[in-house]
Design a protein around this ligand. Sequence first.
Ligand SMILES: *Cc1c(COP(=O)(O)O)cnc(C)c1O
Length: 319
Amino acid sequence: MALAISYEDIAAAHRRLQGVAHRTPVIRSQTVNGLTGASVFFKCENFQRMGAFKFRGAYNALVKLTDAQKRLGVCAFSSGNHAQGIALSAQILGMNATIVMPQDSPAIKMAATRAYGAQVISYDRYRDDREAISRQLAHEQGMTLIPPYDHADVMAGQGTAAKELFEETGPLDLLLVCLGGGGLISGCAVAAAALSPGCRVIGVEPKAGNDAQQSKRLGRIVRIDTPRTIADGAQTQALGQLTFPIIDALVSDIVTVSDAELIDAMRFAAARMKIVVEPTGALAMAAALQSKVEIRGLRVGVIISGGNIDIAQLASYLA
Ligand SMILES: *Cc1c(COP(=O)(O)O)cnc(C)c1O
């Protein structure tokens, strides 16, 4: 079966994002290089607009809609960052946005989504079917539903993060990418295959919800109950119909990280690198710091996917 996106789709998305999304910095840490024996390049999407890479895919999907679709507005379901990405993109494009969010989403994410002018509708993440709620709303009001990961334009947009990284670093031996539904890693894997052939792409997900690891090993999508982890951006139950075939074909392996290891990585990021990273954003970094993958002697890219966390919550993790 043909993969949902090609490198051309990522290059086209990158042209659309030009001057709209930030080209985020790639930072180094001699401390990390010393600790790991690797040469590590951190792509800092915590500095992206609205604080995470999700802006890339959301904007790429919305800017491609027809004028008629734009007038009817957009609907999305999200645990937070996709919501903000859609809300901000809709605001930039002059569209209405309705976001279906879990009622226990971090306050900062709900507030930011509302501040970008979106209407927020909340649901219970352990009980309700968010996709059904969103689909019905979209249907009733003629809105276009943009899912958080299983959508070709979203995946292509997310892949622009890795495109920028490779353009800056040249070829790498290994790329570590966190994953929930797999939108980011599928885009990054397609970019890696084109720009750094031979670069292994390894996914990192929470230990409490290793559905992608199981799916990769069994060669089919495995669905699990909503995992209880502090990595709220990776509390997904299953990979997507479009993301899984790319992960199956282009990702070498999936490793897992515990919540305690995420907190250690967030503490390291704050204390040593002077950056705020949210739990999900720390997954790939934690895998590098905890030697979940053999990286000694290698040139390694690490995507720091986001930095949206309540400051009081961060303080309580670090205390
Ligand atoms: C959404 C999100 C992820 C997971 O991305 P997928 O495309 O669902 O795999 C990782 N980190 C952050 C910060 C996110 O917002």
